[in-house]
Design a binder for this molecule. Structure first.
Ligand code: OGA
Ligand code: MN
Length: 201
């Protein structure tokens, strides 16, 4: 499908994560960011929760506001994004035999100063989350804006490595939901993304 995907696939298979810049073009990022802002201004976002069902809101653990994407109510730009993810899933299944069947995505907005403490994405009671995917929607993000994603990487000999990802608009990061703990650092400005999970049957 796309040669850009090759190093990315290798990363997922050998290290449990892959990063791809410009997964979304600047105009796609701008379009989705506009949709996000419109929906937030319409009062559609809610503080995210923790645990299965996300029933408990705990800003000491995570402070982002989210809105699940729904094909039935998607704008043209959101539908195009979901379509794009569908193609990506197809490609992953063809190259990695991951057996992905389904996906779910939400917008996430971290107000200034909020964070998400170190955690694992896969719920004990929902082992279907195979890969976590985050696509950033930020405009002109700078290193000193903060808001990095840090992946904690288990290494042979029991040590732990770290991979730090700056949330640059259009960048996509994908990692093993069941293996890699990670956290989101606070930022000095609003931090925007569309985040989701690719699931097995
Ligand atoms: C999450 C998460 C990472 C990010 O939503 O579970 O860890 O970089 N997001 O936004
Ligand atoms: Mn997470």
């Amino acid at each position: 499908m796309n040669l850009l995907y090759e190093p990315f696939i290798d990363g997922i298979l050998s290290d449990g994560y892959g990063i791809m810049d410009d997964f979304l073009s600047p105009s796609e990022v701008t379009a989705l960011r506009t949709c996000l802002h419109n929906r937030r201004e319409a009062g559609q976002f809610r503080l995210a929760g923790v645990g299965n069902g996300q029933v408990t809101v705990t800003t000491a653990i995570r402070g982002d506001e989210i809105l699940w994407l729904d094909e039935a109510t998607a704008t043209a730009d959101e539908a195009a994004f979901l379509e794009r993810i569908g193609q990506f899933v197809q490609y992953l299944n063809q190259t990695c035999y991951l057996g992905l069947r389904d996906f779910e995505f939400h917008y996430a907005l971290y107000p200034t100063g909020t964070f998400y403490k170190r955690h694992l994405d896969r719920f004990r009671s929902d082992s279907r989350r195979k890969l976590s995917v985050v696509c950033y929607l930020n405009d002109n993000w700078q290193e000193n804006d903060g808001g990095q994603l840090v992946l904690y990487l288990p290494e042979a000999d029991g040590l732990e490595g770290q991979m730090t990802v700056t949330p640059v608009g259009g960048r996509l990061i994908c990692f093993d939901s069941g293996q890699l703990e990670h956290e989101v650092f606070p930022a000095t400005r609003e931090r925007l993304s569309v985040t989701g999970w690719l699931k097995t049957a």
